[in-house]
Design a protein around this ligand. Structure first.
Ligand code: HEC
Ligand code: HEC
Length: 211
């Protein structure tokens, strides 16, 4: 998808997201039909890029299905307050998130977290084996801890530690690069991967996409 095309969609749809902020006056235990309908419309907007079921077709757009809800919430708030500031975050997500209130953010996180995960896609088996080893054992010689320590043995994530399993490899590689260069602020991760080489990144993302 061409960037200009996507931006045109983003700009035209953000107006609609803004008009239908979900839950602005919701009371504790009632969700009106109008609120449900407006949440549904917002999900359709997100779905243009991420897939309505959270499983995106293009590797530019991360899968959101089965992602940890607290992580999704944290990221939407980081886009909204512009603290997640890598170029694609600015280009695609700042406008989107600026239109969302806390109740909508929480409802969207719950919705996408509940969708069935994308299934893994196979690839170069030697690279995948190398990436699995790195994920499970880290690189002791470079003081890189096992990724599994925080992201979980099967990369399913937990709370604010994101799920990585089944995610598009090009998206994950891009994130490792922007985190390493501190274009995306992620203090814990930055320290962990500061000495990870590009070859090691390519191996670990091939593994993660495959599971
Ligand atoms: C125009 C395309 C587009 C639309 C529409 C869009 N997104 Fe995104 N989204 C992206 C891109 C691209 C990224 C990756 C940004 C980056 O690389 O930092 C992203 C990243 C995210 C992330 C971070 C994922 C992660 O693994 O860290 C979340 C959460 C997210 N979007 C939620 C949403 C929600 C909710 C909506 C609807 C309100 C939405 N997006 C609408 C393109 C889009
Ligand atoms: C000490 C805990 C910890 C370890 C070890 C760790 N991570 Fe992370 N990782 C995190 C946290 C926390 C985040 C979320 C950062 C944020 O909120 O922006 C993250 C985010 C990520 C992201 C971005 C995901 C997305 O959807 O945008 C990738 C990719 C990633 N980690 C890969 C790895 C790899 C590969 C390793 C092993 C080399 C690793 N992590 C080791 C804690 C850790």
């Amino acid at each position: 998808m061409k960037t200009s095309y996507v931006l045109a969609i983003a700009m035209s749809t953000s107006v609609c997201v803004g008009g239908i902020a979900y839950g602005a006056d919701a009371t504790a235990d009632t969700t009106t039909d109008a609120q449900k309908a407006s949440l549904h419309k917002t999900i359709e907007t997100c779905g243009v890029c991420h897939g309505v079921d959270g499983r995106s077709v293009s590797p530019t757009f991360p899968n959101l299905a089965a992602q940890q809800a607290p992580y999704i919430e944290l990221q939407l708030k980081a886009f909204k307050d512009q603290s997640r500031a890598d170029p694609d975050a600015q280009a695609y997500m700042w406008g989107m998130a600026s239109q969302l209130n806390d109740a909508t953010i929480s409802a969207l996180a719950g919705y996408f977290a509940a969708q069935p995960a994308a299934s893994g896609r196979g690839g170069n088996s030697a690279l995948i084996a190398q990436g699995k080893h790195l994920f499970e054992e880290g690189v002791p010689a470079r003081q890189i801890p096992p990724c599994a320590t925080c992201h979980g043995a099967h990369a399913a994530g937990l709370a604010v530690f994101p799920r990585l399993a089944g995610q598009h490899a090009p998206y994950l590689l891009k994130q490792l690069l922007v985190i390493q260069s501190v274009l995306r602020t992620a203090p814990v991760m930055h320290g962990v991967i500061k000495d990870l080489t590009k070859d090691q990144m390519q191996a670990v993302v091939a593994y993660l996409e495959s599971i």
